[in-house]
Design a protein around this ligand. Structure first.
Ligand code: SAH
Ligand code: SF4
Ligand code: F3S
Length: 442
């Protein structure tokens, strides 16, 4: 019997990867995915717990889904991801509309849970199991070696985090740091390439802490894995995210200068430019150490575009601390960056500390975002006149237009005949708009 599955994904790219795996696992159970929640027999919300707003989205979405359930008695609703992990049984109490709760480390058990749910149970599984879920995931035919897919893909190589930054829920929702064996990752990458993928983004909450077992039995670093992936014919581009400054080893920095397929874009969050705040955050590095890493990276790869994450209004942050963050941003010059107002998360150490007044945090966020937006605009404009590689992904809104991503991860529009998704071409950038570049084929 064919049933329809609608998955809505919140949060980071690792959730995007997990959603694909869950769709595959349920595919083996006879489910096909749909883009329309109204026609679904099962709705899965793959959730994020990182900030209060992210977690609250789940409950407002459940409110919107209630009428669908009234209209279709066959409909079942499941909660997956980091809210599932953090709240578990509590979700069942708070939202009677929910039929199943599954954490990020147990979704290989979804098929059995689905069967239990259809039999009338309301299963909850938020274990941190011994077994590797990726090895126990059933595969549907839709994910077989001949099934084509788009030119870009994510590949989770490492999960979890042992860093325990004082503000962050990830070590609790994703568990301890675990690296997948390199042999399996190389096989998965080769399979993706056979199915049409030309760019792979390696994922991990702390991806540069990767230390998986290599085919030779030795422990491989992320740099070693990247060098091995670069040997795969047909794989043209490699990226990785998200990194921690303390795991940015010299071999990884060197790879940026030596591995042509490793793209010149790096997301390296620092959170704050104040040593006092960094210490209170338990980041275990100073602003100066971060700036030195950036220097080394730019020496290895001069055109490297940097991205980052910032938190403003962390408990105890003074005006001087915030100024230090602005100074660091000016010193680095980001191509793009994310910034957030601190959100107290239950169970984390920082949640116990006295907050910065919301209005103060709001003002700081605005100032920081204005500076980052200005840097982003400048970095984009600096691309005009330059020649870059573009991997085309899909048709644009205008007639004859194709959209792709540059080496530096800028969206680029090109009008040209005969371009196909998956084409990797040299492009001269001709103009910069607010969130994209325009160019012409060389
Ligand atoms: N593993 C990554 C980031 C994980 S979360 C890293 O270590 O950099 C993504 C970003 O969300 C973080 O970099 C941080 O800037 C932000 N974030 C995490 N917890 C937060 C909180 N409690 N309040 C506001 N922003 C937060
Ligand atoms: Fe969270 Fe820090 Fe771990 Fe990143 S390094 S996931 S911010 S605890
Ligand atoms: Fe959110 Fe979990 Fe990712 S909390 S950011 S979905 S690891």
């Amino acid at each position: 019997m064919t049933r329809k599955l609608f998955i809505k994904t919140y949060g980071c790219q690792m959730n995007v990867y997990d959603s694909e795996r869950m769709a595959e696992a349920l595919g083996a159970q006879g489910y096909v995915t749909t883009e329309r929640a109204e026609e679904a027999d099962m709705i899965l919300l793959n959730t994020c717990h990182i900030r209060e707003k992210a977690a609250e989205k789940v409950y407002s979405e459940l409110g919107r889904l209630k009428p669908l359930k009234a209209a279709n008695p066959e409909l079942r609703i499941g909660i997956a991801g980091c809210v599932a992990q953090a709240e578990g049984e509590e979700i069942m109490r708070r939202a009677p509309v929910v039929d199943l709760v599954v954490g990020p480390q147990t979704y290989h058990r979804l098929p059995a849970m689905e069967a239990a749910m259809r039999a009338g149970a309301r299963p909850v599984d938020t274990d941190f199991p011994e077994e590797d879920k990726f090895e126990h995931l059933p595969k549907s035919r839709a994910s077989g070696p001949r099934a084509r897919r788009g030119p870009t893909a994510f590949l989770t190589v490492q999960e979890g985090c042992d860093k325990f930054c004082a503000f962050c829920v990830v070590p609790y929702t994703r568990g301890a740091e675990v690296s997948r064996p390199a042999t399996r990752l190389l096989a998965e990458a080769r399979d993706l390439v056979k199915r049409g993928v030309r760019e792979i983004t390696l994922l991990g909450q702390n991806v540069n802490a990767y230390h998986g077992e290599g085919p030779d039995g030795a422990e491989w670093s992320l740099a070693r894995l990247i060098r091995a992936l670069a040997e795969i014919d047909g794989l043209e581009r490699i990226r990785y995210t998200t990194s921690h400054p303390n795991d940015m080893g010299d071999d990884l920095i060197a790879a940026h200068g030596q591995v042509a397929k490793l793209m010149p874009y790096l997301h390296l969050p620092v959170q704050s430019g104040s040593d006092r705040v960094l210490k209170a955050m338990n980041r275990k590095h100073t602003a100066e150490q971060y700036l030195r890493q950036i220097e080394k990276l730019r020496a290895a790869r001069p055109d490297l575009l940097l991205s980052g994450d910032f938190i403003v209004g962390f408990p105890g942050e003074t005006e001087a601390d915030f100024e230090a963050t602005l100074d660091l941003v000016r010193a680095v010059g980001y191509g793009q960056a994310y910034s957030f107002k601190y959100s107290a998360r239950p169970g984390t150490p920082a949640a116990e500390r006295a907050p910065v007044p919301a209005a103060v945090a709001d003002d700081r966020l605005q100032l920081l975002q204005a500076l980052l937006a200005e840097q982003q605009r400048a970095a984009q404009e600096a691309m005009v006149g330059r020649e870059v590689g573009v991997l085309f992904e899909k048709p644009g809104r205008m007639e004859g237009q194709m959209v792709g991503k540059s080496d530096h991860l800028h969206a680029v529009h090109v009008v040209a005949e005969g371009l196909q998704p998956g084409d990797l071409r040299r492009v001269r950038i001709t103009a910069s708009a607010s969130h994209s570049l325009a160019g012409a084929l060389i």
